[in-house]
Ligand binder design. Sequence first.
Ligand SMILES: Nc1ncnc2c1ncn2[C@@H]1O[C@H](COP(=O)(O)OP(=O)(O)OP(=O)(O)O)[C@@H](O)[C@H]1O
Ligand SMILES: [Mg+2]
Length: 232
Amino acid sequence: MTATLTDAPNRRGPIPRRLDAILAARGIGPAAVGTQEPPSEPVTALELADARIPARYRKALGNHPQVTAWAEAIAAAGAPGPGSAPGIAEGPSLLIAGPTGTGKTHQAYGAIRTLLAAGVRLRWEAVTAADLYARLRPRSGHDAERDLQSLARCPLLLLDDLGAARTSEWTEELTYRLINHRYEHLRPTLITTNLPTDALRTTLGDRIASRLAEMTERVILTGPDRRRRTQA
Ligand SMILES: Nc1ncnc2c1ncn2[C@@H]1O[C@H](COP(=O)(O)OP(=O)(O)OP(=O)(O)O)[C@@H](O)[C@H]1O
Ligand SMILES: [Mg+2]
């Protein structure tokens, strides 16, 4: 009886055996899978995050001293996350300002990568202000309110290019609600903008500018447009 059990996998009729051979030859059958499967290695949070980060910023390092200090403070202040890994809850925000091409978005993604590399388990979202307005524009079959709430409550949000999109009462109200929620709940937020402080107030309105002044530490990037410098 023991021999019968041991032989069982080989006791397939001629047709299934032929089918296995055809599938293996085409690289799809169980035999092929068995030989081609890569060694299983644990996928790190950083690797998973890298897949969501736009290709241009996938290797970004948040190496500006204020950005590094912010990431360290957030990591240190974090409440325990899943599996007792450090998570994040409440904390300060960063407003990364400067002219076009000085590396604001690079620093922001770099900060997210620094947190993930430090083992912080966090749910994060990144969106440009222009995409946010396009995404939340009322349209049938889409629950914009739910989308807004999900971004407002996300433990870490990167709001890129604030103030760059055309504004209206509607965009101002939406930005206010998003920023105000994050302001009230001390949710860490990375914001980038091309606008200097006074222009931020006139473009976004004083209610938003006032909250940003209190909730964010300001990082000012200067220098040439790195995109043009690369081409030169
Ligand atoms: N510290 C850095 N090291 C290497 N490359 C960098 C660094 N900072 C920025 N870059 C590169 O320079 C280019 C411009 O950077 P980035 O897109 O972050 O600029 P930005 O300030 O966000 O510009 P904009 O205001 O137009 O959005 C990108 O190709 C980016 O990868
Ligand atoms: Mg940018």
